[in-house]
Design a protein around this ligand. Structure first.
Ligand code: SAH
Length: 346
C-alpha cells in the first residue's frame, strides 16, 4: 500500500511544499489549510473551491486522519460534556468540553492510554496504546467546535496521556492551533499539564512559548510522591519545583500545581504544611482536587472536612490555592474513567 501523508498534521509551509510536489501552485495550500483547520473538513469533497483534479490528487496521496465521535455524554449537574472519539486502529480517546462565562474550554487527550503509571489514574491501567498525531489532537478541538457551533477559546492538554512524553507532536499541535489560517487559539489560552518530566519542561521552556504549565504534584515530598507516581523516582520533587519555578520566571505566568487529595495518603495537615514550605516564594497556584475514587487501588476521596482543613493551612501560609469544582462527576468526566468503562474494563 502506498504511504499516505497525514495532511492534518502539516504546517502551512509543509502543506505548500506537498502541494508543489503534486504539481500544483503553492497558494492552493492556504485554501486547503483553511478547509482543514478553520472549517474542520473531514473530506476533500467538501473543498468546493478547489479543482476536482487537485482534490483527486490529495485523496490519492494523503489522509485526513480526524477523530470521529462515538458517543457524547452531557452532564446534568453542570456545563460539562464528555466526548468519546475513535481514532485510527480503533482506539478510543476522550475529550471534555467545559462551558465557562469567559468562553468554551476543551480538554484534549495527547495519547491513547499512558505509560506513566500514576497509581490513582485510570488512563494508565493498560499502559500506552499509542501517541496521538498533532492532527488527532487538533481534530478533537475541531469536532467539538463543530458540534457546539461555537468558538473554542481555551484548551487544556489534560486528558489521557502525558503530553511531554509525546513531545514533538504536542509542539506541532501548539504551532498549528495558534496558526493565523487555523483556529488561532492564543498560547496564553492554553494549559499543558505534565506529571513532571523535568528535562522536557526545560526543553519546553527553551521554545519560548507562552503556554501555561500545570504540574501534577500530588505530594509534599519524595517519599509520598514515589509511592503514587513512578516518575518521582526519576526526578526529585525539588528538581521538579525548581524547573516549574524557572518556567514561571520566564513566562511570568503562574504555574499550577495540581494536588489530588487521597484519603490517608497525602491529605494530612502535616502534608499541607510541608507543601507550603516547599512552594514558598514561587509564582504558583495550588489546585486541590478531591480524588476520583479508584476502586482497583482502594483509593478514596478525602472528606470535605479534610479538604477544607488542607485548604486553610495553605491559605494561612500564604499559598494561593483553590479547590477544583467537581466537573461532570455524573458522567465520569475525568482521567480515562469513561473510556475504561466504554471498553469494558472499568
Ligand atoms: N499526564 C498529565 C496530564 C493528564 S492527567 C499529567 O499527569 O498532568 C490530568 C490530571 O488528572 C493530572 O493532574 C492527574 O494527576 C489527574 N488525575 C488522574 N487521575 C485522577 C483521579 N482519579 N482523581 C483526580 N485526579 C486525577
Amino acid at each position: 500500500m502506498k504511504f499516505k501523508t497525514d495532511i492534518l498534521s502539516l504546517s502551512l509551509k509543509e502543506l505548500s511544499d506537498f502541494i508543489v510536489e503534486l504539481g500544483e501552485k503553492p497558494f492552493r495550500a492556504r485554501q486547503v489549510f483553511k478547509w482543514l483547520h478553520q472549517r474542520g473538513s473531514s473530506s476533500f469533497d467538501e473543498m468546493t473551491d478547489i479543482s476536482k483534479k487537485l482534490r483527486a490528487k490529495l485523496e490519492e496521496s494523503s489522509n485526513i486522519k480526524n477523530v470521529s465521535m462515538v458517543e457524547k455524554f452531557i452532564s446534568k449537574e453542570d456545563n460539562t460534556t464528555k466526548y468519546l472519539f475513535q481514532i485510527e486502529n480503533d482506539y478510543i480517546i476522550e475529550s471534555v468540553l467545559m462551558k465557562y462565562e469567559y468562553g468554551n474550554a476543551v480538554c484534549i487527550s495527547s495519547q491513547a492510554g499512558c505509560a506513566m503509571g500514576c497509581s490513582f489514574c485510570a488512563s494508565t491501567i493498560d499502559g500506552l496504546e499509542r501517541n496521538l498525531t498533532a492532527g488527532e489532537m487538533l481534530s478533537q478541538v475541531y469536532e467539538i467546535g463543530k458540534d457546539l457551533k461555537e468558538r473554542i477559546s481555551n484548551i487544556v492538554i489534560m486528558g489521557s496521556g502525558e503530553p511531554l512524553h509525546n513531545f514533538d507532536n504536542t509542539i506541532k499541535f501548539l504551532e498549528l492551533i495558534n496558526s493565523k489560517d487555523g483556529l488561532e487559539v492564543g498560547h496564553r489560552h492554553i494549559t499543558l499539564s505534565t506529571c513532571g518530566i523535568v528535562e522536557k519542561i526545560k526543553e519546553l521552556e527553551k521554545m519560548r512559548l507562552q503556554i501555561t504549565l500545570a504540574v501534577s504534584l500530588h505530594a509534599p515530598n519524595d517519599e509520598i510522591r514515589e509511592s503514587i507516581m513512578p516518575i518521582a523516582k526519576r526526578y526529585s520533587i525539588d528538581e521538579l519545583i525548581l524547573a516549574a519555578k524557572e518556567y514561571a520566571d520566564f513566562t511570568k505566568r503562574r504555574v499550577t500545581f495540581e494536588y489530588a487529595l487521597i484519603k490517608g495518603v497525602n491529605d494530612s495537615v502535616e502534608c499541607a504544611k510541608e507543601l507550603a514550605e516547599r512552594l514558598k516564594g514561587s509564582l504558583c497556584h495550588v489546585n486541590l482536587i478531591p480524588v476520583n475514587d479508584v476502586k482497583e487501588r482502594n483509593y478514596i476521596r478525602s472528606s470535605d472536612e479534610t479538604v477544607n482543613d488542607f485548604y486553610k493551612v495553605l491559605k494561612r501560609l500564604n499559598i494561593d490555592v483553590t479547590v477544583r469544582r467537581k466537573l461532570g462527576s455524573d458522567i465520569n468526566a475525568s482521567c480515562g474513567q469513561l473510556r475504561k468503562k466504554y471498553i469494558g474494563n472499568y
